[in-house]
Design a protein around this ligand. Structure first.
Ligand code: SER
Length: 318
């Protein structure tokens, strides 16, 4: 059967970049992007979908004879704490809708993004193992942990081929994150390039697992392409990129911008970060489907600064 991909949440930080990668892989006509609103600059096929509306998802599946779904829509950790009940409703309803329409429409493969936010109290925070307690302390983390269990349930009960990764904080120059606890690690590069001061909402020695956009896109596509028998975990796979503290990223940036000024003003997001792992053990993903990250902090810093410098140069020239 011809692969026809539906991306839900295609305007987001990850969705926008993943959609382009999928278009490159499967061609423009075989990738259907969707989100709550159209993006004027978008090239390709786009359908407006509110994923809390199951009928609407189904309409689009039938219209394009969709075979794979990437469900990327969610409210992230920090925003989620401001709107706890709405976050639970949206994150769970959209995911259950996707699972249910996938079952009804015999979708071949479904991708679900989980997060390092599933971990919490009682877990080793250094090299957090694949299998351990999930005691999330945020509503976002609770929705992802429950989502992982639902993925396992649909696999066990209905044989639905659901695959999932626990994403670290994602760093890329192409798009901005919104409402997450790891967002500082993207914002900081924009401020450096614009030669503005940066105020950090985390303490300077709080280490979090992060990953570069190219690595995360590759991980997602490699997982989805792996032979079915390799996928022995149907909740979600740990993957690691690189772990660093604000202090460490500032030191790297100062190699290029020695006068870059940073102040620390920790807020509620510091409490969220303090409960999350500082590094992740991803050896099971390596063993099962060959995962290996490529980008270290030095390479991330160089690429982010170079790409953003070019982006702002072109923007100012317009
Ligand atoms: N980047 C996400 C957040 O900070 C974690 O999955 O909420």
């Amino acid at each position: 059967m011809k692969t026809k991909v539906l991306v839900i949440g295609a305007n987001g930080q990850l969705g926008s970049v993943l959609t382009k990668a999928l278009q490159k892989k499967y061609t423009l006509e075989n990738v259907i992007a969707s989100d709550l609103r159209t993006d004027e600059d978008f090239k390709g096929i786009f359908e407006v979908i509110d994923a809390t509306d199951k009928k609407r998802i189904k309409q689009v599946i039938e219209k394009y004879k969709i075979t794979q779904i990437y469900h990327l829509a969610a409210i992230l950790s920090a925003k989620g704490e401001e709107l706890p009940l709405i976050t639970w409703d949206i994150n769970m309803k959209t995911w259950l809708n996707v699972l249910e329409v996938s079952r009804e429409s015999n979708i071949e493969k479904v991708f679900f993004p989980s997060s390092i936010a599933v971990f919490g109290a009682g877990v080793p925070l250094t090299d957090t193992p694949q299998t351990t307690y999930l005691n999330p302390a945020t509503v976002y983390g609770m929705s992802k942990a429950a989502g992982e269990n639902w993925a396992q349930y649909y696999f066990d009960q209905y044989g639905l081929d659901v695959r999932s990764i626990r994403y670290p904080g994602v760093i890329g120059y192409q798009s901005l994150p919104g409402g997450g606890t790891t967002d500082y690690a993207v914002d900081i590069f924009h401020k450096a390039v614009l030669e503005e001061d940066f105020s950090c909402f985390l303490e300077k020695d709080t280490s979090l697992p992060m990953i570069y956009m190219d690595d995360v896109i590759r991980a997602t596509i490699e997982l989805m392409e792996a032979p079915k028998e390799c996928i022995q975990i149907r909740t979600s796979y740990n993957i690691a990129g690189v772990s660093f503290t604000p202090n460490e990223i500032v030191a790297e940036i100062r190699n290029f911008y020695p006068n870059f000024k940073v102040s620390y003003d920790p807020d509620f997001r510091q409490d969220i970060a303090a409960g999350w792992p500082s590094s992740i053990d991803d050896s099971i993903a390596t063993e099962h489907w060959g995962w290996k990250s490529k980008y270290n902090l030095e390479q991330i810093t160089q690429t982010m600064l170079a790409e953003l410098k070019e982006y702002y140069r072109l923007k100012l020239a317009m």
